[in-house]
Design a protein around this ligand. Structure first.
Ligand code: HEC
Length: 149
């Protein structure tokens, strides 16, 4: 399974972000596979798979604090649906992408993640417009709170 995922990830490795964005279906699938292969608590449908998280509201306070009210469950879902895991490794999300830096090793701050997601950089596409400000904030809070855990 990992090879399947890697294959999807490796194919667009030449800096060709536009093409990879078009292939977001493949991204989503590979993220899903990577997530479920490594994680019994497969969180793609966060509403079903994350027992501790309140799913009826997005105003739940994040455990880490400082984030300003976006739940990590929401951020986790954004991470999966935006295809971040197709390019990045993040253990909590079950993501094993290796196009961009390993986020568990990088342990970026929330503002660093938010900035990178907004404007992109190198082969990474900008997600502003594709993701709402709230979604960017949520995914940044999520990544910064779980990286390296
Ligand atoms: C097409 C592959 C791709 C996707 C999809 C992608 N990234 Fe990246 N990401 C990269 C690459 C490549 C870099 C390194 C960029 C550079 O070296 O300038 C990077 C860098 C980063 C960094 C490090 C920024 C820094 O300051 O060093 C963070 C954090 C990050 N990405 C988060 C995300 C998040 C969150 C998502 C989903 C919303 C995402 N990425 C989606 C490829 C991707």
């Amino acid at each position: 399974m990992a090879d399947v995922v890697r294959g999807q990830v490796a194919y667009p490795e030449a800096p060709m972000p536009a093409k990879l964005v078009q292939g977001s279906d493949a991204d989503d699938v590979s993220v899903y596979i990577a997530k479920c292969a490594g994680n019994a608590n497969c969180g793609v449908t966060a509403a079903n798979a994350t027992p501790a998280a309140p799913v009826t509201t997005t105003s739940a306070t994040s455990s880490g604090g400082g984030g300003g009210g976006s739940s990590t469950a929401e951020g986790k879902q954004v991470f999966a649906s935006a295809g971040c895991g197709g390019c990045h490794t993040l253990k909590d999300a079950g993501a094993t992408g290796n196009v961009g830096p390993n986020l568990d090793q990088l342990k970026p701050s929330e503002s660093r993640v938010a900035h990178q997601v907004e404007v992109g950089g190198g082969p990474m596409p900008a997600f502003k417009g594709q993701l709402s400000d709230a979604q960017i904030k949520a995914v940044a809070a999520y990544v910064s709170s779980v990286a390296g855990k």
